[in-house]
Design a binder for this molecule. Structure first.
Ligand SMILES: [Zn+2]
Length: 285
């Protein structure tokens, strides 16, 4: 009889805790505040990017889910407050977030890496990022040499406990799926684009997740004063322009057209527009 009473007590306690409507948001999901954050974080329904990949991000910040029978790979985590939406979108595609094996990062800034700590905690996935972005991800808010470093503590986001450092050409494997890291530093140290194949019964297509190529910095920074960063950004632009690219998504999704009408030229168009913006920026310096 005693055992039954204890069991009932435990059950009723756990129900009242689980249903508590005022439970505080975990620290790694507390909203990051920025001018565009509310707009970026508007929810959108997930949509199919290719045979094996889905857009699961928010309105203004991309996250892509890659599906293999052996498990899932997620690219980018948006803002800290995007994490719950990304997981909800993963569920809406019919997949279980607990099957995410890897979370890959494009670059270690608050708007693409802010949700990764929470996502890693909630899914148990490992995190991988470009080697030079690891300091920003694990200690924050910036890796040395970042053009935005002077924004300092105002750009801090929840740190990730452990990050697997990736170099150009490294491959993350889950089952038959291979996601290759393409080093695209310049916007941020350690910036990585990611590419994989997506096959249906008739053909295989190259899918590319495009890292940011924007020449954006804090006010006091001039790209012309940093020849190494400038050269890296130019090389990244050339690299993406030349990549096999049938399907593309960018870290900021409004920078690639959603319609597949110009399939095959998406990466070149993306790179051309980044080159134009960089030249304009250099003239203004
Ligand atoms: Zn950035």
């Amino acid at each position: 009889m005693k055992l039954v009473v204890v069991a009932i007590l435990i059950l009723s306690t756990s129900i009242s805790v689980a249903g508590d409507p005022v439970a505080p948001l975990p620290a790694d999901q507390e909203p990051f505040k920025c001018t565009r954050c509310t707009d970026w974080n508007q929810p959108v329904e997930p949509w199919r990017l290719s045979e094996n990949s889905w857009y699961v991000g928010t309105k203004g910040l991309a996250s892509v889910l890659i599906v293999d029978d052996a498990g899932l790979i997620l690219i980018d985590g948006g803002l800290p407050q995007s994490a719950a939406q990304i997981l909800e979108n993963v569920r809406k595609t019919g997949h279980d977030p607990a099957d995410i094996r890897w979370i890959l990062n494009s670059h270690a800034h608050f708007d693409h890496a802010g949700g990764i700590a929470a996502l890693a905690r909630m899914t148990g996935a490992r995190v991988a990022a470009g080697r030079d972005g690891v300091i920003a991800l694990t200690r924050g808010p910036y890796s040395p040499g970042d053009p935005q470093a002077a924004f300092g503590e105002s750009a801090r986001y929840p740190s990730v406990d452990s990050v697997f450092a990736v170099d150009d050409g490294d491959v993350i494997r889950v089952g038959k799926t291979r996601v290759t890291a393409i080093a695209t530093p310049g916007h941020a140290p350690g910036g990585m684009s990611w590419t994989w194949q997506s096959c249906d019964a008739n053909q295989c297509r190259d899918v590319v997740y495009l890292d940011s190529l924007n020449a954006v910095s804090s006010d006091d920074y001039r790209f012309s004063d940093h020849p190494q960063t400038l050269a890296a950004l130019r090389a990244s632009i050339d690299r993406l322009a030349a990549l096999p690219c049938d399907v593309a998504m960018a870290a900021h999704p409004d920078q690639v057209p959603k319609s597949p009408g110009n399939s095959g030229t998406l990466c070149t168009a993306y790179a051309d527009s980044a080159r134009e913006r960089l030249e304009k920026r250099l003239k203004s310096e």
